[in-house]
Unconditional design. Structure first.
Length: 194
């Protein structure tokens, strides 16, 4: 996402921004993302598809090498190839994005994200889990997903929501809390686990 923002700034506004400074700025844990997201969501011209808000929900890991990078921990990578570490030093991110048909192809526009901070790293009071002035709070990925989707739902009030996710998120651990917070207007589309 950051590289697209950098290209947009350079192309649309004609600003030349030093790449290293830009990425350092974007990686700051002090940015007020919640306020920025609300502003960006208001700028989406037609967020609904056939009267529904289609939201993709997934998590991903972002491998890093620096030991002081916020949110990094040793995380199991279930999709690691044979020549990759199954436990890379990485950030684990929960992401929700709106799905839209753009020029005949489906695209996902990121709406919000949360860094998943492992409970053992928070309990160990790891320095890279801390945001200055805030106490790190443990939330499961499912709780983070419910928070993100509730925030999106309140912003797009009145819109029915369909959440598209993989089988890890597509279970009662997500569905029941979503229905509790958002009511019958939310649907979940996922591959079922056996």
């Amino acid at each position: 996402m950051s590289s697209n923002v950098l290209r947009s700034i350079q192309t649309l506004f004609g600003f030349h921004v030093n790449q290293r400074r830009f990425y350092t700025f974007m990686a700051s844990n002090k940015l007020p993302w919640n306020k920025l997201w609300l502003t960006l969501w208001s700028m989406i011209p037609e967020p609904l598809t056939d009267g529904r808000l289609l939201i993709a929900l997934d998590d991903f890991i972002n491998a890093k090498t620096g030991k002081k990078i916020f949110g990094c921990a040793t995380i199991f990578d279930h999709a690691a190839k044979t020549n990759q570490s199954k436990y890379p030093w990485a950030q684990n991110v929960v992401l929700a994005g709106v799905l839209k048909l753009v020029k005949g192809r489906w695209a996902c526009l990121p709406l919000a994200f949360r860094f998943y901070l492992p409970q053992k790293a928070i309990k160990a009071q790891s320095e890279n889990m801390k945001v200055p002035g805030k106490e790190p709070l443990f939330q499961t990925k499912l709780e983070q997903a419910v928070d993100i989707l509730s925030q999106v739902s309140h912003h797009f009030a009145g819109a029915a929501i369909t959440v598209v996710c993989d089988s890890w998120f597509g279970n009662d651990g997500l569905f029941t809390p979503l229905r509790k917070h958002l009511g019958d207007s939310v649907q979940l589309l996922s591959r079922l686990r056996s």
